[in-house]
Design a protein around this ligand. Structure first.
Ligand SMILES: NC(=O)C1=CN([C@@H]2O[C@H](COP(=O)(O)OP(=O)(O)OC[C@H]3O[C@@H](n4cnc5c(N)ncnc54)[C@H](OP(=O)(O)O)[C@@H]3O)[C@@H](O)[C@H]2O)C=CC1
Ligand SMILES: CC(=O)N[C@@H](CCC(=O)OP(=O)(O)O)C(=O)O
Length: 347
């Protein structure tokens, strides 16, 4: 069903949440997509403005029940629901509707990894919404189903794929990454109370237990052509948005700083949303606040024999909603960059 002036119509499930709000912020500026049905869970029946007061043009729009009836009849349906909610809705929507799932349900290929890290039955695997991965744009142009990557796997995959693809880093990656509190969603959690978060950075999900670990390993193994292990330590930082990830791996014999720089320059050359910073400048989350851009820097630590890559993204933009719109643009036959901010908000 096409909207005004031949524009496509999008429904958003989970419109009262953080990911849903960011989708709406981006879609309000999208020239080819108009906003159709908005749905929620327990907040269905209330106006969007009660939950997303920053989105003034949509303040009076009602939140509907999340059903196949309310979501049907749109060109694209964005699902921004808790894990495990997407499959039942997706199977009731027709095969011609583009479904873009911001949750984890369809990201993993290996059912055993799903059961280990998420529990329950694996729903399946959809084409992965990271267009920067080699060969992925063609898959996204040809699909009606997209699994949007997790926020940390977006950052870590974009950081490490150039070094692994060029054979300059060994498949043994260590990641320490700080995120803002919006990564946990809106529902109240004791460790996210203001008094617990303010003025302190804390580690969580330590020791190979974070559910994004198999997703990172899956992505990087596909690029490296061999199994990749990732030791991942996430951290919570007192900020609402952003991820800053430091990723390191042993340099392979003969790897040089020049070869590394060249591998990253080649990887970002035609990528609208990858920004390799000038030598000597290092990423900060403020550079990418509200932008669909990933800011990267790479160095060879010759003393320790390790490749070091630092990357910043906004977890809600490139890490969720921006990545979702970027992949949807490809599947809808639109220019990939439509509706997506390149520049951060500063200071
Ligand atoms: N936050 C982030 O940085 C990222 C989030 N994601 C993914 O996006 C999805 C949404 O996350 P986020 O926005 O952070 O979460 P929030 O908790 O902020 O929002 C969840 C949304 O889902 C709705 N919802 C909850 N339960 C149901 C239900 N049973 N049926 C229908 N709707 C329901 C909520 O509605 P109501 O208000 O009525 O409860 C709300 O709109 C998750 O799968 C998450 O993993 C992915 C990458 C990063
Ligand atoms: C602070 C915080 O809790 N962050 C979340 C980020 C995950 C996320 O949002 O991605 P998903 O789509 O996979 O849920 C976490 O570490 O689980």
């Amino acid at each position: 069903m096409q909207g005004v002036g031949g524009r496509m119509r999008a429904a958003i499930a989970g419109a009262s949440g953080y990911a849903g709000g960011e989708l709406l912020r981006l879609l309000l500026s999208h020239p080819e997509i108009e906003i159709g049905a908005l749905t929620a869970g327990s907040n269905a029946g209330t106006p969007l403005g009660a939950h997303q007061p920053h989105l003034a043009p949509l303040a009076d729009r009602p939140l509907l029940e999340t059903t196949a009836e309310t979501l049907g009849g749109h060109d694209v349906v964005f699902l921004a629901l808790p894990h495990g909610q997407s499959a039942a809705i997706a199977e009731q929507l027709g095969p011609d509707t583009l479904i873009v799932d911001c949750g984890a349900d369809f990201r993993l290929i290996d059912p055993a990894a799903w059961e280990h890290f998420y529990g329950g039955t694996h729903a399946g695997t959809w084409p992965y919404g990271l267009p920067e991965l080699p060969g992925q744009r063609d898959r996204l142009r040809a699909t009606r189903r997209i699994a949007v990557p997790g926020c940390y796997p977006t950052a870590v995959t974009l950081a490490m794929f150039p070094a692994l693809a060029a054979g300059l880093a060994a498949p043994d990656v260590v990641v320490v990454a700080a995120t803002g509190t919006s990564g946990a969603g809106k529902s109240l959690k004791p460790n996210l109370l203001g008094s617990e978060v303010m003025g302190s950075v804390s580690a969580y999900g330590v020791g190979g237990v974070h559910r994004h670990t198999p997703e990172m390993e899956q992505n990087l193994a596909a690029v490296a052509g061999e199994p990749v292990t990732v030791s991942f330590t996430p951290m919570l930082a007192p900020m609402s948005r952003g991820i800053l990830a430091t990723c390191t791996a042993p340099a392979t014999p003969g790897a040089t700083a020049e070869a590394l720089r060249e591998a990253y320059e080649t990887a970002v050359k035609d990528e609208p949303f990858l920004r390799l910073l000038p030598a000597g400048q290092w990423p900060a989350t403020s550079m990418t606040l509200g932008a669909n851009t990933a800011a990267l820097q790479v160095a060879l630590d010759e003393r320790a024999g390790r490749v070091v890559v630092v990357i910043a993204i906004d977890n809600l933009t490139k890490g969720t909603a921006g990545g979702a719109v970027q992949s949807a643009n490809l599947a809808l036959g639109l220019p990939e960059e439509l509706g997506l901010p390149l520049n951060g908000v500063a200071p």
